[in-house]
Each structure stands twice: as C-alpha cells, then as structure tokens.
Design a protein around this ligand. Structure first.
Ligand SMILES: NC(=O)c1ccc[n+]([C@@H]2O[C@H](COP(=O)([O-])OP(=O)(O)OC[C@H]3O[C@@H](n4cnc5c(N)ncnc54)[C@H](OP(=O)(O)O)[C@@H]3O)[C@@H](O)[C@H]2O)c1
Length: 420
C-alpha cells in the first residue's frame, strides 16, 4: 500500500480551519455546511462554488459571507450577482477556472471537492497543486487522474482525506481512533480491502425488468439520499466500479486486492482484511455527515449531527456477492481500472453521457452499460473516428480533458443508436 498523499500537517497557530466548498449546492455540499453550522467557531468559509442553483448559492453566501463565490457559467454568475442581498459583495468567479482560483486561494486550508462528475477534476487538481488538505467526495477526480493527483500531492505537500463513505471507512480502519496511526507507506499486515455496496434499488430484480426501469424508479435509493448522477450510478453498480478505481488510486493497492460485497443495510461502510484473517470495519448509520465530519475535523472527531447506530433495533446484517451479470458496469469498471491508461477516462465519460440521456428519458436503463462497453471497445480497438484525441493515453493532466471530450463525442453517437 502507498497512500496517495501524506497526512495533513497541523495548522500553524490557532484559529478556525478555512474552507473552500466546491459543489456547496449539492447533496454533499449541503451536508458539509450542516456540519459547519454545528461548530461555527471551528470553521470559516472562504469560498463556495455551485453549478446553476444560484438561489441556494446566494442564500449560502448571505449566511456564510465567503470572499469568493463561483458559478458554472457566465449566465448563472450574472443571475447570482442579482440575487445577492445588499451588503454581500463577494468576488464572483466562473467555471472550472474560477473553481481552481477559489481552491488555490492562499487563505484556504481545506478544499472540499464535492462537485459531481468530471467537472470536479479542475478544482481537485488545483487544490492538489497548491498544498491544500482535500476532503475528496468527487470520486471522478481519482478515476480520471489518480496518478496526476498523487504526483501533484507529492510535489506540493497536499493531502487527501476521503469523504466517500467506503473509502472513509477503510481510512478509519487503518488509522486508529484518532487518525494518527494511518500508515501512508508499506502494506503492513493488510491483505485486501472489501468495499460494501447497498445493491441499489434493483437488487435481486430480474435483468429483463430492470433493463426497462424508469428514471424515477432508478433514483429511489434504498438507504442513501444522494444527487441524481450518483443515485443512477448506484442503481447500475457503476458507482461501486468507480469506487474500486478510486480505492486503487487512493490506497495504492492492485485492483485484484479490492473486493465488493453487497450489504443491503448500508451500515458496515467497508472493511480491511489482515493477514491473520482479522477484519476491521467501520459501522454507522448511512448518513454522509459522519465521513464528512471526520474529514473536516481530522484528526479530531466532531459532532456530525448524525444519530448513533442502534444495533439492537437493527437486529441483523446481511452480505451477498454482487450479481455481475445483471449489473455489468461493475466488471466494466474493474477491467478499465486494471487496464488503466485512458480506459477509466473513457468509462467515466461514456457513463456520464449515458446517465444524462437516461435521466432525460432518451434511453432505457439497460442501455447504460452497453453504451459504456461499446465506447471502451472502440477505444481499445484504436478507432479514432470520434477525433484523434480518442486514441490517446492521458500521460499528462492536460490530455485528460481532451480524451474526456472525445469519449463524450463517441458516447453521444452510441446514445443516438439507443434513443427510445
Ligand atoms: N451524495 C452522496 O451521498 C455521495 C456520497 C459519496 C460520494 N459522492 C460523490 O460526491 C460528488 C457530489 O455528489 P452529490 O450527490 O453531492 O451531487 P449533487 O447533489 O448532484 O451536487 C453536485 C454539485 O456539483 C455542482 N455541479 C454539477 N455540475 C457542475 C459543473 N459542470 N460545474 C460546476 N458545478 C457543477 C452542482 O451545482 P448545482 O446543483 O448548483 O447545479 C452541485 O453543487 C460526486 O462525485 C459523488 O459521486 C456523493
């Protein structure tokens, strides 16, 4: 094991931890602000970035008074300026460049990367290059550019703390109760990691039925309350596939040492298995405020606002293997992670395009894995019909968006073939 970064250095001097929250209007971002509200003396918000929900971003700005705000595009930024109350006049930044500027800002100690999809990469990478503590929810950043983020952390001294509940659970299992025992180098007695998956809303249902599922059915997650993209990814199990690649980059372990087990209750958030057969797990109610508060307070533990887990009321826990035939995205992601190079970028881009099309009612649920598979096959066969960038391996961080864009062109063509 070689963890992606060192651990956060203690802050010089006292004073609150200064945060930039990228994706503050989303499900994770709102939970971050809930945890901050519970201990306002510990944190100061220097920057908030939303996408297009400017009403909420303006309300957050009025409450937390950050020096910088960021919106997804110029039109949203214009609307935001009009919505800001009298007396609240932060600098309004725009787009991925704006997120990068907010993340790099000298006063910021910690960047919470909580945008959805590939859009989150720019802010994460800017934070990694400028020595920040990164509370990382945006798993796509590691899927697209895990190696580049690792190298950037090594250069700048940035550190990554995983917000994703499974990775946060593993981190806690390896770190001891106060976080300080975490081994950043050397495998020690670790044998493998077991990531738990809820199985999503279609667990145990026949493939013929789920292939025709509607967006409202796929969005109904049994245990977690999340944004739309990650909810659909949970229904296809692509979310778990992306998390395998995320774990591979985060913990520096081969894909073969990462296992997935379905656990319907979503109470055991993941496990570390050791050479003597011992398993360590982290348990808690399925509430993202727990891993979020762990990262925000690290190495101290904060009041997350989440209720305690009542084991007696819960009664029993269940585990089963994932149905890899009914949910082919899991194997597609594992294979892309094993091949590495540009495969994870193509996997992610094709998946984002397919999920958008599904949510818009354009394609059936069962088309999502097929579109992803066709794009991966085309990339593997070196078919450059989308554009030359489609055949490249992203050896530099600059090559990642080019391959991402080319894979999206290819995926949109595939979507047209499936359009209902
Ligand atoms: N939700 C969970 O429980 C959970 C758990 C583990 C990991 N994660 C990961 O955390 C990330 C966020 O998930 P989420 O559920 O919080 O998503 P979400 O509710 O959809 O929120 C996404 C956030 O990103 C912003 N955004 C979306 N596209 C953008 C773009 N192109 N440019 C700038 N901003 C953009 C959205 O802005 P607007 O809403 O203002 O448009 C919103 O603030 C994802 O990578 C997800 O996989 C989520």
């Amino acid at each position: 094991m070689r963890y992606i970064s060192g651990l956060p250095r203690p802050k010089a001097g006292k004073g609150p931890r200064v945060l930039a929250v990228l994706g503050s209007t989303g499900s994770i971002g709102r939970s971050v602000l809930e945890v901050v509200r519970l201990q306002p003396q510990r944190f100061r918000i220097a920057a908030l970035a939303g996408g297009r929900n400017m009403e909420l971003l303006a309300a957050q700005a009025a409450e937390f008074k950050p020096a910088r705000l960021c919106a997804q595009d110029e039109q949203s930024a214009e609307r935001l300026r009009r919505l800001l109350p009298r007396g609240v006049r932060p600098t309004v930044l725009v787009g991925s460049e704006g997120c990068g500027e907010a993340a790099r800002s000298a006063e910021v100690d910690m960047v919470v990367s909580a945008q959805s999809g590939a859009a989150g990469l720019h802010g994460t990478y800017a934070a990694a290059c400028s020595g920040k503590i990164i509370a990382l929810a945006n798993k796509e950043s590691l899927v697209l550019a895990g190696r580049h983020i690792r190298e950037a952390c090594a250069r700048s001294g940035a550190s990554v703390l995983p917000v994703d509940s499974e990775h946060n659970a593993v981190f806690q299992c390896l770190a001891g109760s106060d976080g300080r025992a975490f081994p950043t180098e050397g495998r020690g007695y670790l044998r493998r990691l077991i990531l738990t998956a809820s199985g999503g809303p279609f667990f145990g249902r026949p493939k013929e039925e789920t292939d025709k599922a509607r967006p409202d059915q796929a969005l109904k997650h049994p245990t977690w309350n999340m944004g739309a993209k990650v909810s659909i990814d949970s229904a296809t199990l692509m979310n778990k596939g992306l998390e395998l690649i995320e774990a591979h980059h985060l913990f520096g372990l081969p894909m073969a040492d990462l296992e997935v087990v379905v656990h319907r209750e979503s109470v055991v958030h993941s496990l570390a298995e050791f050479t003597d057969g011992s398993l360590l797990a982290q348990l808690g109610v399925p509430d993202m405020r727990i891993p979020i508060s762990y990262c925000l307070g690290f190495p101290e533990r904060l009041n997350s606002g989440a209720p305690a887990l009542d084991l007696v009321a819960l009664g029993s826990l269940h585990f089963s293997p994932p149905d890899r035939l009914a949910f082919p995205c899991l194997d597609l992601a594992r294979s892309a992670g094993e091949k590495d190079g540009g495969y994870p970028v193509v996997l992610n881009a094709a998946n984002e395009v397919a999920v958008d099309a599904f949510l818009a009612g354009g394609i059936p649920f069962g088309a999502i894995p097929r579109i992803v598979e066709h794009c991966l096959d085309a990339y593997g066969a070196g078919r450059t019909d989308a554009c030359d960038a489609f055949s490249c391996a992203p050896d530099t961080i600059e090559a990642v968006p080019a391959l991402d864009a080319a894979a999206r062109v290819r995926a949109r063509r595939e979507v047209e073939l499936f359009t209902c």
